[in-house]
Write a protein that binds this ligand. Structure first.
Ligand code: GRF
Length: 194
């Protein structure tokens, strides 16, 4: 399976996926895509010898469809089977998501369906939750709403700041996403609870 990985920032999840696909794996990383010309994940991908596509979303303003058309055009030669959104911070239109139905995965730093959207760690702390975690799911037109492919739970400790919690969750994201992609690329969509 040919995989495209979409990043907006540091790309730590992308790095975990690429490194795991280096070993006896049903998928291979073919291209790393970003909306952000300054994404450090792009620099890392280039240094790793991967193809990269940068489509700065800023010039497109509110025209999401035009932004996505530019990405679709740049992706065409790569003949992708799957897309992994990995710290990708742009909402995708229903048109794009439907085109990639059942072929686009995302990792979200909460135990979905809890805390869709942003600032998930602060919200879990605010709510007084005793545990938190991350979820890999298939992308559907509703934000952070598709079928769950995997989850990992982490404990919340007294005195945790959002950054403490985010760091604890991120470690588990780097375990979960590669494990889920291995299964999904092999045709197994049974949820994986690590
Ligand atoms: C992190 O907050 C992670 O929880 C979420 O996206 C952010 C950046 O991830 N998935 P990455 O380091 O760019 O993969």
């Amino acid at each position: 399976k040919r995989v495209g990985i979409f990043v907006s920032g540091g790309g730590s999840n992308m790095r975990a996926l690429v490194e795991d696909m280096g070993r006896d794996h049903p998928a291979e990383p073919v291209v790393v895509v970003s909306n952000n010309p300054h994404a450090r994940g792009i620099t890392w991908a280039q240094d790793a010898g991967l193809a990269t596509v940068v489509v700065d979303h800023y010039p497109f303003g509110r025209d999401r469809a035009a932004f996505e058309a530019a990405i679709t055009e740049a992706l065409a030669p790569h003949d992708l089977d799957l897309i992994c959104l990995a710290g990708f911070m742009r909402v995708l239109t229903a048109g794009f998501v439907t085109h990639w139905r059942d072929r686009m995965l995302n990792i979200h730093p909460s135990l979905l369906p809890k805390y869709r959207g942003l600032h998930t760690h602060a919200r879990a702390l605010e709510a007084g939750d005793t545990e938190h975690g991350c979820t890999v799911h298939l992308v559907t037109p509703e934000l952070d709403d598709g079928p769950v492919l995997g989850q990992v739970r982490v404990p919340i400790h007294a005195g945790d700041t959002p950054d403490d919690l985010a760091a604890r969750v991120l470690v588990q994201e780097h375990r979960l996403y590669p494990a889920v992609l291995r299964r999904y690329a092999a045709g197994d969509r049974a949820p994986l609870m690590l």
